[in-house]
Each structure stands twice: as structure tokens, then as C-alpha cells.
Design a protein around this ligand. Structure first.
Ligand code: BTN
Length: 256
């Protein structure tokens, strides 16, 4: 907490040396009434969770495995947009704290040279159609040597240490993430969503203008990523000129 200049995020901190998943603990604490801004952070996760039921490699002392409890008074429809807000904060924080100029792959991966160094997993709890709380889980591969990643992540994952060629102290990165996230989060709450942060997202993204394949529940859709709207929905232009809105997908950027 030393030197932390935020007034909401990280005012209350729950630290564990080892935990199954910081998102799971944050969910429990949130249901138990933990205050907004509570930061749950661990040195190691034994079952770190990724999006779509995947595992998240979370070895001891090598990364930032953290979750934030947020309680925006917003309709549930706006909940997913917090992930885009968090991605902007993360990308800005990496640049400011470590000089690493990475970029956002829609919706919420941070990539450097095509490899992922951070991921975000947002989980939500609703009461009727209002948000009760959000848990924004952030994983940053910090001091993982490139050859320490499991074989299946080869060519897919990277770390700040691998990028910078030196060990990076984690505390400064955590502090910077909270400092970058707080003002963006306040804007998201005040303006009732992602809308006013769209330009900031665009300034940090590496998706728009690229040919991509969106792997959606309705199948793969290929096209040029044209834009995102004020709800964070991705607009694709297919080869036949037809435009499609992508609400939720994993995407692959095609090199060309
Ligand atoms: C993804 O890209 O698939 C999302 C990865 C999110 C990982 C973080 S690490 C801290 C928090 N706790 C978890 O179990 N997952 C998130």
C-alpha cells in the first residue's frame, strides 16, 4: 500500500501467499459485504482461471494475480464493458511502470509482439437486472522466464521479464494498475458505461484495421475489424462487404 495514491481501489487489501483463485475469494468476500475497491492479491494460484473455462498458469512469485471488487450502480447490460475499461488501464499501466508498449486485442488481452502478457477475467453478480458486484480478475506474467511457460503456451504467452530482459519488481506495477484504473473506473460509473472511454481504448488497441477471425458461438466470422461502438461491440466487414456486429468472441489476428 506504500505510496499508493488511489482513494478507492486497494484501500482494503486481502493478501494470500497461496490461493486457489483470487477471483473465487473475491466473489466470496463480495457476497459477504466487502467494500468496493477491495483488492485480493496472491503470490500463487493453484487453480487460476482464464476465460472460457481455461486454466491460467499462475506460478509462485512470478506474476501479479489479483482481483478487484467493484460495485457500480449500473444496469447489468453494462457489466461486460468493465473488461474493456480494465484493459485500457492495464495497457497504460504497463507503459508507465515498465516502458513496455503492448496493445489490446479485443476484447481484453494485452499482447506484445503477438504474445499475451496479461489477461482479464470479469465475473459478475446481479440482482434482477442491476449489477450487485463485479470481480475484475487481472493476471500479469511478470517474472516468468520464457522457457518456464508450459509447452502448450509456447508462442502464445510472454512475460514482462522476457520482454524487458530483466526482472521487474511487482509492487510498482500493481500500484500503477490501480492508479490508472481508478479514474477510468470513475468515468465508467459517472457516464453509465464505456462510451466516453472509447477513444482511450482505440489509442491502446492493436485490433482495429486488422484482418481477424472471430470465433463466436455461431461459428467463425472473418473480416476486417472496422470499429467498436459505445458498448464495446466490435464491427467487422466481411469480404463480401457485409458488416457484422461481434458481441462476444475470441479473436485471431491474421498476419497480413
Ligand atoms: C484470460 O485471459 O483468459 C483471463 C485470465 C485472468 C487471470 C486472472 S489471475 C487473477 C484472477 N484470478 C483468476 O483465477 N483469474 C484471474
Amino acid at each position: 500500500r506504500e505510496g499508493l495514491s488511489t482513494t478507492l481501489l486497494g484501500q482494503s487489501i486481502v493478501y494470500r501467499e497461496t490461493i486457489d483463485s483470487t477471483n473465487s475469494l473475491a466473489q466470496q468476500l463480495a457476497l459477504g459485504g466487502a467494500p468496493e475497491g477491495t483488492l485480493v492479491i496472491a503470490d500463487e494460484q493453484t487453480s487460476g482461471r482464464g476465460r472460457r473455462g481455461r486454466q491460467w498458469f499462475s506460478p509462485p512469485h512470478s506474476g501479479i494475480w489479483m482481483s478487484l471488487i467493484l460495485r457500480p450502480e449500473l444496469p447489468l447490460a453494462h457489466a461486460a464493458q468493465i473488461t474493456l475499461v480494465a484493459a485500457v488501464a492495464l495497457n497504460q499501466a504497463l507503459s508507465r511502470a515498465t516502458g513496455v508498449q503492448a496493445g489490446i486485442k479485443w476484447p481484453n488481452d494485452i499482447l506484445f509482439n503477438g504474445k499475451k502478457c496479461c489477461g482479464i477475467l470479469t465475473e459478475m453478480h446481479a440482482e434482477f437486472d442491476q449489477i450487485h458486484h463485479l470481480v475484475v480478475g487481472i493476471g500479469i506474467n511478470v517474472n516468468v522466464a520464457q522457457d518456464e511457460f508450459p509447452a502448450e503456451l509456447e508462442g502464445i504467452a510472454t512475460s514482462l521479464q522476457a520482454i524487458r530482459g530483466e526482472r521487474i519488481p511487482r509492487a510498482q506495477v500493481v500500484r500503477t494498475v490501480l492508479e490508472e484504473f481508478e479514474p477510468l473506473y470513475r468515468q465508467y460509473v459517472l457516464n453509465g458505461g464505456f462510451g466516453t472511454l472509447r477513444d482511450a481504448w482505440k489509442a491502446n488497441n492493436i485490433t482495429l484495421g486488422r484482418h481477424i477471425v472471430a470465433h463466436t458461438a455461431r461459428g467463425d466470422i472473418e473480416g476486417l475489424a472496422l470499429d467498436i461502438d459505445e458498448f464495446g461491440v466490435l464491427l467487422l466487414e466481411k469480404a463480401d462487404g457485409e458488416r457484422e456486429k461481434i458481441y462476444s468472441a475470441d479473436i485471431t489476428v491474421i498476419n497480413q
